[in-house]
Design a protein around this ligand. Structure first.
Ligand code: SF4
Length: 215
């Protein structure tokens, strides 16, 4: 019996296998495994986070830890189904330092972001999303090819370095780190607003990819 072949999906899976052998920077050394993007290979909406966290590193999947749960809540409030989005990170290996037995997150540096942009660009080239959302300054920097002042650009429509439209907003972990309830509520509302805006920007494309999957 003939099998359905989805060339883009196969291409993303091939990229993930290649990335598992990546030595473009040193971050693979201390990480458990590569954490590549996940989602439909024809997704209209493409979300980029910073890097995998402790739980993502163990599971091998992006946004499955506490920040992932916040992201799921924000997506639900924005009327978005995570199953229809492609979700990835600017950097694919978990950067951390040991404090006692705990693995504490460390922000990737410029060289690591640039080394791993090679993979991000390849994911974007296969998925060809209509709209890209940067979750946090690291993702925005990678997509823009230069530093982005998140406080100034947050929630505003942007054009990324490759000419694609998008929006930059807070990483869900910023909500976990908020200093009090008021800051938490404000940051979560900004994340939901940015995701809602991205949904509206991708509107017709989201409907088209949804129909194609149902057809
Ligand atoms: S972080 Fe990115 S560039 Fe560095 S080794 Fe991992 S996959 Fe390669």
């Amino acid at each position: 019996m003939a099998q359905d072949v989805d060339p883009e999906r196969a291409e993303v899976q091939g990229l993930a296998r290649e990335a598992a052998e990546c030595r473009r920077c040193d971050l693979y050394r201390a990480a458990t495994q590569v954490v590549f993007g996940q989602g439909p290979a024809d997704a209209a909406l493409f979300l980029v986070g910073e890097q995998p966290g402790d739980q993502e590193d163990k599971a091998g999947r992006p946004f499955v830890g506490p920040a992932g749960r916040i992201l799921d809540q924000a997506l639900a409030e924005a009327g978005l189904d995570r199953g229809r989005l492609y979700v990835t990170n600017a950097v694919k290996h978990f950067k951390h330092e040991m404090r006692g037995k705990r693995r504490m997150h460390q922000r990737p540096n410029q060289g690591e972001i640039e080394a791993c942009r090679w993979w991000l660009n390849r994911e974007i080239a296969v998925v060809q999303p209509a709209v890209i959302v940067a979750l946090g300054a690291t993702a925005a920097r990678s997509l823009m090819g230069r530093p982005v002042v998140l406080l100034r650009e947050e929630g505003r429509p942007l054009t990324w370095a490759d000419g694609r439209p998008g929006v930059a907003t807070y990483h869900p972990s910023a909500i976990l780190r908020a200093r009090d309830d008021a800051a938490r509520t404000r940051t979560f509302a900004a994340l939901v607003a940015a995701l809602t805006q991205a949904r509206e920007m991708a509107g017709d494309f989201l409907r088209a990819t949804s129909k194609a999957r149902m057809g």
